[in-house]
Ligand binder design. Structure first.
Ligand SMILES: [Mg+2]
Ligand SMILES: [Zn+2]
Length: 225
């Protein structure tokens, strides 16, 4: 049986002194509407805020149940976005629904091989994820669980195990369920739409939270520039 919400914590990376990357010098032109979020982002730094990131459709291209390392393709700007958070010393914590495991499409072992491939590609670009948590369930196959997003169990674990304050953190992903947990904590949720984002979720995020078209700009908004 799979252990619910298994996690992986990255080893201390070599050369993580913040000298690996250039800053967000080439990021897209920021809009005036981001000014408020930048101010909030700066306030976050005093409470060990994290950047919670979705994986599929946010960090890597969502080709539908990514199960082989060879299928992994970083989203444009993903490595730079993560490096910005790394350089600002915000923990980057990936929280991902992996119902392909419940569906029998891939195993925990295969999931882990994909995770390692993502780690490797990010590492080549000087970026690293501090910890990753995944839900292997799906209600139709394994019954209800409290770790599948928008459930908050994995964020609770991350808070305890990584020593971060979810209320001060940013929740970033390409689906409404990725950012809905922000509400529970009174935190900031930022939708970065992908090809897989239903239009009604974009509309909802626009009216109730925040939509930022690029992951780089979303992370900059989260960490303050
Ligand atoms: Mg996604
Ligand atoms: Zn679960």
């Amino acid at each position: 049986m799979t252990h619910p919400g298994t996690r992986y914590t990255a080893p201390e990376p070599a050369g993580s002194s913040g000298s690996t990357g250039s800053g967000p010098t080439s990021g897209p032109r920021r809009r005036a509407s981001l000014i408020k979020s930048v101010a909030i982002g700066e306030a976050l730094r005093e409470t060990r805020a994290a950047v919670f990131l979705d994986r599929d459709g946010t960090i890597i291209r969502d080709t539908g149940y990514v199960r082989r390392p060879e299928e992994v393709e970083l989203m444009p700007g993903a490595a730079l976005a993560i490096r910005i958070a790394n350089n600002r010393q915000f923990p980057v914590i990936v929280v991902t629904n992996q119902s392909g495991i419940a569906r029998g499409m891939f195993s925990e072992h295969e999931y882990d091989a994909v995770r390692r491939r993502v780690t490797s590609l990010l590492g080549e670009a000087g970026a690293f994820v501090d910890a990753e948590y995944h839900c292997p369930h799906h209600p139709d196959f394994t019954g209800p669980c409290d770790c599948r997003k928008p459930g908050i169990a994995l964020f609770e674990r991350a808070a305890t195990e990584q020593g971060v304050d979810p209320a001060a953190s940013a929740f970033i992903g390409d689906r409404w369920r990725d950012i809905e947990p922000a509400r529970h904590y009174g935190a900031r949720g930022i939708l970065v739409p992908s090809e897989a984002t239903p239009p009604e979720e974009v509309a909802r995020a626009q009216s109730e939270m925040l939509v930022i078209p690029s992951l780089i700009a979303a992370v900059e908004a989260a960490v303050g520039k």
